[in-house]
Design a protein around this ligand. Structure first.
Ligand SMILES: [Mg+2]
Length: 217
């Protein structure tokens, strides 16, 4: 198999993911903004890979406006992540140097906020490697288009002018998004994924970015 381009998820692939405590703190701040005293399950539900069902369930429980709540939650998460990045507590994986060797168009499709992705690309001087990149605009419309929806993967393919790409991610939603876009996937099992189980089969499983190079054909 040969691929015309490589698309990457960002968090947990190129840059370390936000810690659980950072995300929980942002979630707790969000509920406090609305004067809600949340059940711990509801805090967990809005921490990470939030699904439309999670958001609906939480907003219904406290009678919150969904769009307003999501806006505040997104802002709190973004602020917490920027703080960790600026303090040097969140950084890139050592093997991002391998991006120099890919010799084909590269792109990013992340479910993190677009502005946060832009900050990271600049902060870590990674932007020069990528011809296109998508984070998620902080709106409810964009929330419904995030992975596993293929929407932003398809946008990236169109930007690069290719039909066939390999998508590299560290989550089930990445593997599903690749399937939904008709792309092959490489699941990268970084240390935070040591015990992570997938209910879908990725095309490849790898542990580091250089392992992608021989797969490209
Ligand atoms: Mg990820």
């Amino acid at each position: 198999m040969s691929y015309d381009a490589v698309l990457f998820d960002n968090d947990g692939v190129l840059v370390e993911p936000a810690t659980v405590s950072t995300l929980r703190e942002a979630a707790t701040t969000t509920f406090a903004e609305f004067g809600a005293d949340p059940d711990p399950d509801h805090v967990d539900a809005i921490c990470h890979t939030v699904t439309p069902d999670d958001l609906d369930r939480v907003c219904t429980a406290y009678d919150l406006d969904l769009a307003e709540f999501w806006k505040v939650r997104d802002g709190a998460v973004s602020e917490a992540q920027l703080r960790e990045l600026r303090a040097g507590r969140t950084t890139t994986y050592d093997d991002v140097d391998a991006l120099e060797s890919f010799e084909r168009p590269l792109g990013i499709v992340s479910s993190n906020q677009h502005a946060t992705i832009e900050f990271m690309l600049d902060h870590f001087d990674l932007g020069r490697h990528f011809e296109t990149y998508y984070g998620r605009p902080p709106t409810i419309e964009a929330f419904h288009r995030k992975k596993p929806e293929p929407y932003f993967l398809e946008r990236a393919l169109a930007d690069l002018g290719v039909e066939d790409a390999l998508f590299v991610g560290d989550s089930e939603s990445d593997v599903l998004a690749a399937d939904n876009a008709g792309l092959d996937s490489a699941f990268i099992r970084r240390p935070h994924r040591a015990d992570y189980t997938l209910s879908v089969e990725p095309t490849y499983e790898i542990e580091s970015l250089p392992e992608i190079l021989p797969l490209l054909g």
